[in-house]
Write a protein that binds this ligand. Structure first.
Ligand code: KG4
Ligand code: ZN
Length: 341
């Protein structure tokens, strides 16, 4: 089955062609980062309009790269939520219109299920069951995964998501949007141990997270440095390092706890923050110490992309799921509501 996948939940237009027999044939992405950077964050209306502009050229591009024609497409999968409603509606209406014109089924995919399954596109995919750490701009969740659609939420952020904490902290420190890669870049030059920040909620039982206090702690530290006349790039890097290390340690402690609680030793990390090198290293070390394994997607498939939507959609379409012609998207959509495959 050849599936066209469309991702438009936020500020990236992603398009891909996935074939159930031959694997990923082509994927293309247009990132709107430059468009939003001047505003310091995503402007929803600008995002929607840009998705409209990019969608058809990207579809033509993947068809050409894959050497396919539209007539060969068996189904269209699109992100139906969670995300920005206007942006989601662009993908949903394009998908439904094309599916109708081509006489093939369409299916709305859950964005976080897309992220969760993205490591399945790699050479050594994880096998069920596993624990998944989903860390994106909008979500931080620990989930027990027994199969596609068999999701048990173990813990989640009570306030900011991990990516959101990176983005907001970066902004407070005068770094551009999106802040995750910026902080990661600055942290590389940072001196470990000059500042030590708290590891929120690790001193009590449970698998929930809270990152907003850490953001304030970082701002206060940076402002104190500035007030004392020490606002050098080195100091900013040292603060970025301390912030990143606190997030990484906190996530690692909670992952170890989730693996112990479930008795599992496979961990999948997915979503934009799973591209973070310090996080990958820390989790690899922790999994090594318990004879386990950590799985993640290549960096381009950690952040938003069409390939994960084409893949997740294909699995559900193969199982016979599809939708009627209505165009409906959901800004909020708990992943546990998805039907099991
Ligand atoms: O999954 P994603 O592309 O979009 C959402 O579904 O939200 O995740 C984007 C988030 C942003 O907050 C971004 O700052 C963060 O992922 N991010 C990173 C890194 N690359 C992207 N955070 C930390 N380190 C990175 N290398
Ligand atoms: Zn995402």
């Amino acid at each position: 089955m050849l599936v066209l996948g469309l991702e438009t939940s936020c500020d990236e237009t992603g398009v891909a062609l996935y074939d159930s027999e031959r694997g990923l044939l082509a994927d293309a992405l247009f990132s709107q980062i430059d468009l939003h950077r001047v505003y310091g964050g995503v402007v929803p209306e600008l995002a929607s309009r840009d998705h409209v502009k990019r969608m058809l050229p990207l579809i033509r591009q993947v068809l050409e790269e894959a050497g396919c024609t539209a007539a060969q497409i068996d189904a269209v999968a699109y992100t139906a939520g969670p995300g920005l409603v206007g942006a989601l509606l662009v993908g949903a209406s394009c998908a439904q219109a094309m599916a109708f014109a081509w006489g093939v089924p369409a299916l709305g995919v859950h964005h976080m299920e897309g992220h969760l399954l993205a490591p399945m596109l790699e050479a050594t995919p994880p096998a069920f069951p596993f624990v998944a750490l989903l860390v994106s701009g909008g979500h931080t969740q620990l989930v027990r995964v027994d199969g596609i659609g068999l999701y048990q939420l173990l813990g989640e952020s009570l306030d900011d998501a991990a990516g959101e904490a990176f983005d907001k902290t970066a902004k407070l420190m005068g770094l551009p949007y999106p802040g995750g890669p910026e902080i990661a870049r600055m942290a590389e030059a940072g001196v470990a141990g000059r500042f030590v920040f708290p590891r929120p909620m690790t001193d009590r039982p449970g698998l929930d997270f809270s990152f907003s206090g850490l953001k304030t702690f970082t701002l206060n530290t940076w402002q104190q440095c500035q007030a004392s006349g020490d606002d050098s790039e080195q100091t900013r890097s040292d603060v970025a390092h301390a912030f990143q290390q606190a997030v990484v340690d906190t996530l690692t402690i909670k992952c170890r706890r989730a693996l112990k609680q479930t008795g599992l030793n496979s961990l999948v990390i997915a979503g934009g923050v799973s591209a973070n090198k310090a996080l990958r290293q820390s989790l690899e070390q922790m999994l090594g110490s318990i004879n386990g394994r950590v799985f993640y997607a290549r960096p381009a498939f950690c952040t938003d992309n069409g390939a994960m939507i084409a893949y997740a959609g294909c699995q559900r379409l193969l199982a016979g799921q599809h939708e009627d012609l209505s165009i409906s998207v959901q800004a909020r959509w708990p992943m546990e509501q998805l039907p099991a495959l």
